[in-house]
Design a protein. Structure first.
Length: 474
């Protein structure tokens, strides 16, 4: 991959309209707005009065869709879409979403953001009962259980609630039956999901509110943890009483890195949360310096906050080449060492001869951070004081972030002082873990990657490619 930043797995989008129209274009624009949540593959499924039409493939939205294949998707009243970065299952066409299922009681299409932490156990049980899997993603496990429960229950809504009883971990889902569009958020609310409405009566469901803006929908509210919302000709129905209350656990890293800054998640502005992180860093890790520089993109808001609180001028010290995606491949070590130069360019006039406060959102393995520090140093910076707008990563994530082992985390093996030396910074400061509540104004969030405080059972097998490996052993 191009960088060693954390990746979050997916974005989901859905539209329900009271009349047929060119609905695929709405989903196309929505997926564009959610492209930051996944660049491996994407897809759209359109429901034309119970007939499903789809297009999906490996690649980003602009590579997979064009005027021709969008025009081949018919006018309809329902459609869902998906952008993917997989934390369960490899990057292959068979793992593209939405997943489509034909079964005795009709059709189903499903798009999922999150990570089912008990997926390994569930898949074993399903395979022993005769299920045959065509993908290596955990989304197909959801589809199998949902289909099984639909055969036992009087409605798709009831089947969804029965399915939720088996699932552990994170899932924000949009799905379609032949006549209904359904939005589901897991009882902990790990991943965001919201809905809105356009002026002409179309309901829109999206992972983030920025995607509502992309299609001219006004935000109504977030889907609540454990809530199932049904959109159909009978109207909009909210169902919440069949799951039971859980401890709310929105992923705090949505605010630090994953989400777009113009999104609002569970009532909290992502932009304001990141600025607050910068203010906390300035308060907790003050330093004499001449300029504050943010690492694009998610470090920029925190840098503004640091500059505002400290009084040190803010400067644009790095320019990002936005035409390089995360799928950029470099086969040799020498080329990997050049990747940061391809993606980021320093502005020497901002940093030359100056003491620089450099703000980034995280340090995972440390190699990318070291290369960025070196860029700034080579551009003439006299001192570089690294500030990180998250606490140190010390634990795996089971809920949709690609940290599957402590072995890959530099903070598990080195002290802060040692990490500063490794990355070449004059000093290093992290966001204190006990200050995370200041970012969002409450304590209802998951910070397990920083603390090890998990709200669900810890699975034994969490390797991203665990199902591919199992296939190769047969």
């Amino acid at each position: 991959m191009l960088d060693e930043k954390l990746h979050e797995e997916c974005g989901v989008f859905g539209v329900y309209s009271p009349r047929n129209y060119d609905i695929a274009k709405d989903v196309y624009y929505g997926l564009y707005a959610l492209q930051h949540r996944g660049q491996e593959s994407c897809g759209i499924v359109v429901n034309d009065d119970g007939l499903f039409f789809s297009h999906k493939d490996i690649g980003q939205v602009s590579n997979v869709f064009d005027a021709k294949n969008l025009s081949e998707l018919p006018d309809a009243s329902m459609a869902i879409g998906h952008v993917r970065y997989g934390t369960t299952g490899g990057n292959s066409r068979r793992n593209t979403q939405p997943i489509e299922v034909n079964h005795q009681k009709g059709k189903l299409a499903l798009a999922h953001n999150g990570n089912i932490s008990n997926a390994y156990d569930l898949r074993n049980e399903l395979e022993l009962s005769g299920a045959i899997f065509h993908t290596t993603s955990d989304t197909e496990i959801i589809a199998y259980i949902l289909t099984r429960e639909r055969l036992r229950t009087p409605s798709i809504e009831k089947a969804v609630f029965e399915c939720m009883k088996y699932l552990e971990g994170a899932y924000s889902i949009v799905m379609m039956s032949s006549s209904k569009l359904i939005a589901v958020r897991d009882p902990h609310g790990y991943r965001p999901l919201c809905y809105g409405m356009t002026g002409d009566g179309r309901y829109v469901i999206a992972s983030e509110s920025c995607a509502l803006d992309a299609v001219g929908a006004h935000f109504i509210r977030d889907i609540r943890p454990g809530e199932v919302m049904v959109f159909s000709r009978e109207g909009v129905t909210s169902l919440t009483d069949a799951v039971g209350s859980k401890r709310n656990q929105i992923c705090i890293f949505e605010y630090i890195y994953f989400a777009r800054p113009d999104s609002v998640i569970d009532g909290v502005s992502v932009h304001e949360a990141r600025q607050k992180a910068g203010e906390i860093l300035a308060r907790e890790h003050a330093v004499d310096a001449d300029v504050v520089v943010g690492v694009p993109d998610s470090g920029l808001d925190a840098a503004l906050g640091y500059a505002k609180y400290s009084g040190i001028p803010y400067g644009i010290g790095l320019i990002k080449n936005k035409y390089i995606g995360r799928t950029f491949i470099s086969p040799t070590q020498n080329e990997r060492n050049s990747q940061v130069r391809i993606k980021l360019s320093p502005i020497a006039s901002t940093v030359k001869g100056k003491r620089v406060v450099l703000i980034d959102d995280s340090i995972v393995r440390g190699t990318t951070c070291e290369r960025i520090v070196r860029l700034i140093r080579e551009a003439g910076a006299k001192e570089i004081h690294m500030r990180i707008s998250s606490p140190p990563f010390t634990n795996p994530c089971y809920y949709g972030t690609d940290i599957d082992s402590k072995d890959k985390l530099i903070a598990c093996h080195h002290s802060v002082e040692e990490i500063a030396k490794i990355i070449g910074a004059d000093s290093l400061g992290y966001l204190p873990v006990d200050s995370l509540s200041e970012l969002v104004g409450h304590n209802d969030y998951c910070n397990a990657c920083f603390t090890g405080d998990y709200a669900t059972r810890v699975p034994e097998n969490i390797s991203k490619n665990r199902f591919e490996k199992r296939l190769s052993e047969r």
